[in-house]
Design a binder for this molecule. Structure first.
Ligand code: SAJ
Length: 425
């Protein structure tokens, strides 16, 4: 079975490698010659647990080959980005470009699967494009009688840092343009997925993906709103959440400095854009999570301004703990704002960064070791709950003023060190 995966990014490359391991002959297509060259030399251009070994293995066996040219296959998987513009309008250009490339080599009996997070209706747009470009083929949803091609939408739902495990173990939701398309795609996924494969329509599957991330965004927004309310009321939000969660039907998530990553902060806008009048809660949740980042910038900047001579350690830049991913990270945004305002007083600690993320390079900001920040800084701003930060014992931070957006150190006493020790976000 030959498979072509279009897009060798965070999802495409691990997916291509796993399909190759399952016994298929896989070609991975990418527009970047650098990515293609890296993969063909058995290396990876993204950091993900165990991905390097897997890619090296399948490339050296000849089971995975990368190319900038679209190669004919039995099954095509599209895993390209779907960004949004300033006005939060989703941009499906990359998806349609990928589909256009596939049309050139498409043959009767082929299966085309879209995996990219997409606005509802995108798979139907792909069908429309296939029908327009290949009038010689019967495209499902666009013809009468038995179609020549199978077309389905199947979103990934993997967590960065656990991608290889979750690609195999998570349940998959498979939406066909027709039920037969869904069944055909299910047969394909069963080659490498251990989780349940559940079929539905393409539109429902598109919405399922957007709903999952919106659900998480709304729930994080609730926690972030509580943190701002508690801050105003002088109550420890971490205590409140821990105690409320003892109720059997309450399960509140954790507040933080805002929501990062390229999925949860983006996907809700696709629903809002599709049905603006009906998605008030989802839009407001997005606004609350964005406002939380501004709240932290205002609060930390006021705190630092009160103590003109002391150094400030900013702990963490990643968008979540224990990973080296800085995409859409609220920690980067907060650090950049503080560096702009306070310059060299701010020392950045990020054990997962070898160099500064783009947004911070050229700002004069510098990365320091955790130990140096602990010795030199009297104010600590916690932005990421990396395990290595969590393990700093109380005696090393007892005399610090801490602004903790993650509830990392519940044992940090409130007191008069440089002022009030902030446990609240
Ligand atoms: N966060 C909080 N409080 C919490 C949980 C998370 O502030 O209680 C923040 C994190 O710090 C981070 C952001 O939310 O900044 C997102 O982190 P995450 O771990 O919730 O999710 P992602 O972006 O790494 O991956 C999500 C996952 N979606 C869901 O859990 C519904 C993943 O399964 C998806 O595959 C992925 O988005 C995606 O690609 O869409």
């Amino acid at each position: 079975h030959k498979v072509t995966v279009v897009g060798l990014g965070y999802i495409g490359l691990p997916t291509a490698a796993l399909i190759a391991r399952s016994g298929c002959k896989v070609t991975g297509i990418d527009v970047s010659a650098h990515v293609v060259e890296t993969v063909n030399s058995g290396r990876v251009h993204i950091e993900e647990v165990d991905l390097d070994g897997l890619v090296q293995g399948v490339v050296s066996r000849g089971a995975l080959v990368a190319s900038t040219e679209t190669v004919a296959a039995d099954t095509y998987v599209i895993a390209v980005p779907t960004p949004h513009d300033e006005a939060h309008r989703p941009d499906v250009t990359y998806v349609l470009d990928a589909a256009r490339k596939i049309t050139k080599v498409l043959e009767p009996g082929n299966l085309v699967i879209l995996e990219s997070t997409s606005p509802v209706g995108t798979t139907e747009k792909v069908a429309e494009l296939l029908a327009a470009e290949r009038p010689d083929l019967k495209i499902p949803g666009r013809c009468s009688g038995t179609p020549d091609i199978f077309l389905a939408y199947c979103p990934e739902r993997v967590l960065p840092g656990r991608i290889l495990v979750e690609l195999v173990d998570n349940d998959r939701c498979i939406g066909g343009i027709t039920p037969r398309c869904a069944r055909r795609a299910m047969t394909f996924y069963r080659r490498f997925v251990r989780g349940a494969c559940v079929t539905t329509t393409a539109r429902a599957a598109e919405m399922v993906k957007l709903v999952e991330n919106s659900y998480r965004d709304v729930n994080i927004a609730f926690a972030n709103e509580l943190s701002m309310i508690a801050d105003k009321m002088g109550v420890d939000v971490w205590d409140v959440i821990r105690l409320a969660n003892r109720h059997p039907r309450v399960n509140i998530l954790q507040p933080g400095p805002g929501v990062g990553g390229h999925c949860i902060a983006v996907d809700p806008w696709f629903l809002v854009h599709g049905a603006p009048d009906e998605s008030r809660l989802i839009r407001t949740a997005r606004e609350v999570n964005l406002a939380k980042t501004s709240h932290v910038i205002a609060a930390t900047s006021a705190l630092i301004a009160r103590f003109p001579d002391v150094r400030v350690g900013v702990l963490g830049l990643a968008f979540k703990p224990n990973i080296d991913d800085f995409r859409e990270s609220p920690a980067v945004e907060i650090a950049a704002a503080l560096v702009r305002e306070f310059g060299a007083r701010i020392q950045l600690v990020e054990p997962y960064a070898k160099t500064l993320p783009d947004e911070l390079s050229g700002t004069g900001a510098k990365l320091v070791e955790l130990d140096d920040a602990l010795s030199e800084c009297e104010i600590l701003i916690v932005l990421v709950d990396h395990d290595v930060f969590k393990s700093v014992p109380l005696e090393e931070r007892l005399d610090k003023t801490v602004y903790d957006t993650r509830g990392l150190w519940p044992d940090q006493p409130e007191g008069e060190n440089l002022g009030r020790v902030h446990q609240l976000a």
